[in-house]
Structure formats: structure tokens, C-alpha cells
Design a protein around this ligand. Sequence first.
Ligand SMILES: *Cc1c(COP(=O)(O)O)cnc(C)c1O
Length: 400
Amino acid sequence: MTDTQLLSAAEQFGTPLYVYDQQTIETQYAKLQQAFSKSNTRFFYACKALSNINILRIIKEMGAGLDTVSINEVQLGLKAGFEPQQILFTPNCVHFLEIEEAMRLGVHINLDNISTLEQFGNKYGNTYPVMLRLNPHIMAGGNFKISTGHIDSKFGISIHQIRHIERIVSRTQIQVEGLHMHTGSEIKDVEVFLQGLEVMLDMVDHFPQVKYLDLGSGFKVPYTASEKGTNILSLGEKLAERIHHFELEHNHPLEIWFEPGKYLVSESGSFVVSVNVIKQTPATVFAGVNSGFNHLIRPMFYDAHHEIHNLSNPDGVERIYTIVGNLCETDTFAWDRFIPEIRENDVLVFRNAGAYGFEMSSSFNSRNQPAEVLFTGNAFKLIRKRQTLDDLLRNQIWEA
Ligand SMILES: *Cc1c(COP(=O)(O)O)cnc(C)c1O
């Protein structure tokens, strides 16, 4: 999808607008398959990154499974056509009833709390196999907010509680079919994954019934031209070697699972906005756009960097801008960027906006959530209508 095509999508559907390129998702999946072809590997797309049902259908067509974190995500997956056994439910701090609901739907379940494990074992014994989400206590990722493996993390059961887990498993006869870890997002260093792998392999020895070793995700994608993503080719090589060695030594075959979210959809997504005003202050030149953190929260929430480009004036002279939104709240997308001269009504694009973009949007300030469009077969297809005032009022109880 070219920038000229993106600009035409903005004209056709209006802004703010999320646009996803199907081919990029397919290319990313092919890269993963290639990198991990030397081990017996399955991928479950972490759909909290982008859960439009049309995207889920693309994922299903590619042959991947689905990683879900809420019962509604499980239901979306089933509606998109996934078989229950292609879906993995990895919730955190949910009520036991939600776990029982997932069980009724027949999906793989990851338990991440001792008390839940105990309740599940007491009630269902060996009748429904489960997976355990462990916290390997590895500090990973660039940002505390997106790291889940540290000591204060609410995610997973600590590996130091292994004796307690073993007592529950032996008393309730609960079948542990898999072990899981997910230590955070944006992990560039291959060694961090391999360190986690070692910890997990030590744990496998405690559970002879384990068939699946789920290493979660956290694959980093580059957000700037100079940044590097996770070297998945190198990881794939080293992982395969280590797993083969383990399988031979322990006579214990393992299927490796990954749960990529960002890696599959981030680069497929563009977020397109229009410039309302140029505002010069004594200190800076602001470009104020028709959006805010209500539509793309990553810069404000994670200090994330998204490349910004001027689609309507690509050859303009580069000048320095601070890009802000139209909310009555500080909503800075980017400080001091060199961007081809921005004029009022120009159309800008935020790159790499496919993951945790629309998905984390809201209607704060009673502004409508953006429309979503899929670029497929060289054409644009609307896959979510722009929100309207009626949508904002839909569940409110009032008399006109
Ligand atoms: C969010 C999440 C993922 C996906 O992480 P990415 O960084 O988007 O790849 C995978 N597994 C679990 C359990 C998650 O919560």
C-alpha cells in the first residue's frame, strides 16, 4: 500500500482513520513460520493487539491460532470461525466463573494463580487439562509498564512456588498439559528469551504430562529507521537447537507455542489524521490534529515513538513541529519532529499503528472513535464504521 493510496483512503473514508494492510500481516506471519521452522512450533495471535473480526478471519485463514485474555475475546474468536482448540485463554485476575465459561467453550486455559488452580483442581480433577502461567522472574522489555516478569508483577505464578503447585497437582490430579510464560512486550534481546527458556525447561521436569511450552511473546518491531526488532532468525536457530537437545536428553517431546500480537499487526497499520490548526507559540510550532490519545494512546501511555509523515505535502521543506491532539487534556503525539511543511488541512499518517492503536481507543471528550479500513486485493474495504453521536447515546437511559 503506497502513501498515495493511503491519501486516497483518507479522501474516501474521512479522518481520523485506521488503515490495515492485509499483505503485511501475511508477510509477518511467513517470517515467523520461517524463523521457527526448525522446531515444532505453533502461533497464537494475541488478539488484544487488534481484534476486529475481519482481522481475526485473516489470522484464521493463515492457519494461526488465537490467544485471548477475556471471555469476549474467546467469543469473538469462535465467531470468526476458530475451533475451540485453536484458542488459548490466558486471563489475569478474572472471576472463577469466567474460567468455567471458557472451559464450557472447550478452549485451552492458562491458569495464573494458585487459588484458581486449587479451585479448578478440587472441582474438576483430571477431567479438563490446563496450562500454567509461570512468572520466571526475568526483567524484560524496555518499559516497566509493559514488563510482566518482574517480582512485583501481578502476572503468573512464581516459579518459587513450584512446591506448592506440585502439592496441589498431586492431590487434585489436575492435568498440566502446558507451561506458559510471557515476560513483557518489546523484548529486543534474544538472550532474554533464551534465559526464559532455560527457566521453563527446568520447570518441565516437574510435569511429565506437559506437551506444550508456551513462550508468550514480546517480539519487538522497529518503530524508527535506526531501531532494530527482535532477531527472530537467530532466536529460531538457538531455540531449535536447545529444544532438540532437551527432547533427546529427557525423552520428552515438546510443542513450542508463541503468542505474537504486535509482531503480526503493528506494521500493517497506519493511523491517518487531518491537521486542524497550525499554532505558533513563543516556544514551538504545534500542529493540532483531529485526534488525540482517545484514538492513539501509545505516545502518552508508553512514551512510544510513531513515525509521522505528511501525506499531502511529502516533498515540502522539512520543519520542526510538535504534534498534538484536540482533547481538553495534554495529548502530545510527538515533540520536535522534522516533517515536510505542514499546512492546515494537510493529512498526516502515524506509522506502525496496527497494534494497541484502535484497540485502546475511547470516546473521551465525547469524540467519535475512528473508522477502520482493510487494504486487501488492491482495494479498500470498510471494516468498522466511524462512531456517531447516536452510538455515544446508545446505552444511556434518557428521554429526548
Ligand atoms: C499482550 C500479550 C501478548 C502479546 O504481546 P505482544 O507484545 O503484542 O506481542 C502475548 N501473550 C499474552 C499473555 C499477552 O498478554
